[in-house]
Design a protein around this ligand. Structure first.
Ligand code: 5RP
Length: 235
C-alpha cells in the first residue's frame, strides 16, 4: 500500500474533528492548511443542514468561511465559544503547542482562550518531545522594533537559550510580513525550550511583544494522524 501523503493525513484529521462538532455550537475556526480542510468539510455539513456559527481566526479563514456559506459572528457578539478547531506547528506530550507559522497566532490565541475546548488537528510530523524545533513566532508592535528585538534576545540569553532571531518577511522577501493586526513577527530559532512556561512569562513582560506562539494550557485534545492510524490524545 502506498504511504499516505501529508495532505491525506491532514484531511483525515480534519474529517475526524467533525465528530466534536454538535448542532448549535459556537465554533472557533483555525488558520493554516489543516484548518482550511476542516473549514471546507464543516461547510459541507452546514450545506447539509448543520446549524453552527463560527469566529474565524484570520482574514484568510474569514474569506474562506464566508465564501463557503458558514454563518459567522464575532467575539464581541459571542464572547464564549464551545470549541475551536485549529492546527499547530508543534505539540509536546503535555499538549503544549507552538503556533503562528501562518502568522495568525494573536487571533488564534484570543479565540482559543475564549473557547471551552480546543481541538488541535495535526499530522505526526508536528509531534515533539521538547518544543522548539520549529522557530517560535513572536508577534511584535512595529514601533520600536529594534529595541523590542534586543529585549527578546536578552530574555533568551537570561534563560540560557541560544536563539537566532529573524524578522519574518512577506512573499516578496523584500518587505516584513504584516499580520492581520498590523504587527510584525520575529521567528526565533531556539532548538529546544525545556521550560516553556518560564519563556512565556518572560516574553509577555517585554513591552512591544504583542503575543507569542507558545500555547500553554489551551489545547484539550490533539487529533494526530500517521500513515496507519488516527489518534485522539487528551479528552
Ligand atoms: C497559523 C498556525 C497554523 O495552525 C500552523 O502554522 C499549522 O499550519 P498547517 O496546518 O498549515 O501546518 O498556527 O498561525
Amino acid at each position: 500500500m502506498p504511504e499516505a501523503t501529508q495532505d491525506e493525513l491532514k484531511s483525515r484529521v480534519a474529517v475526524r474533528a467533525l465528530d466534536f462538532v454538535q448542532e448549535g455550537m459556537r465554533l472557533g475556526l483555525g488558520t493554516g492548511t489543516t484548518a482550511k480542510l476542516f473549514v471546507a468539510h464543516l461547510a459541507e455539513r452546514v450545506r447539509g443542514g448543520l446549524n453552527v456559527v463560527g469566529v474565524p481566526t484570520s482574514e484568510a479563514t474569514r474569506a474562506q468561511a464566508e465564501a463557503a456559506g458558514i454563518p459567522l459572528t464575532t467575539l464581541d457578539d459571542t464572547p464564549e465559544l464551545d470549541l475551536v478547531v485549529d492546527g499547530a506547528d508543534e505539540f509536546d506530550p503535555e499538549l503544549r503547542l507552538i503556533k503562528g507559522g501562518g502568522g495568525a497566532l494573536l487571533r488564534e490565541k484570543i479565540v482559543a482562550a475564549a473557547s471551552r475546548r480546543m481541538v488541535v488537528i495535526t499530522d505526526v510530523s508536528k509531534r515533539v518531545e521538547v518544543l522548539g524545533r520549529f522557530p517560535l513566532p513572536v508577534e511584535v508592535n512595529r514601533f520600536g522594533l529594534g529595541a523590542t528585538t534586543r529585549q527578546v534576545e536578552a530574555a533568551f540569553q537570561r534563560l540560557g537559550l541560544a536563539g537566532a532571531v529573524s524578522l519574518r518577511l512577506d512573499k516578496t522577501l523584500s518587505d516584513p510580513f504584516v499580520t492581520d493586526g498590523g504587527h510584525h513577527i520575529l521567528d526565533c530559532r531556539l532548538g529546544a525550550i525545556p521550560e516553556p512556561e518560564r519563556l512565556a512569562e518572560a516574553l509577555v513582560n517585554i513591552p512591544g511583544v504583542v503575543e507569542h506562539g507558545l500555547f500553554i494550557g489551551l489545547a484539550t485534545t490533539v487529533i494526530m494522524a500517521d500513515a496507519s492510524q488516527t489518534y485522539v490524545i487528551g479528552r
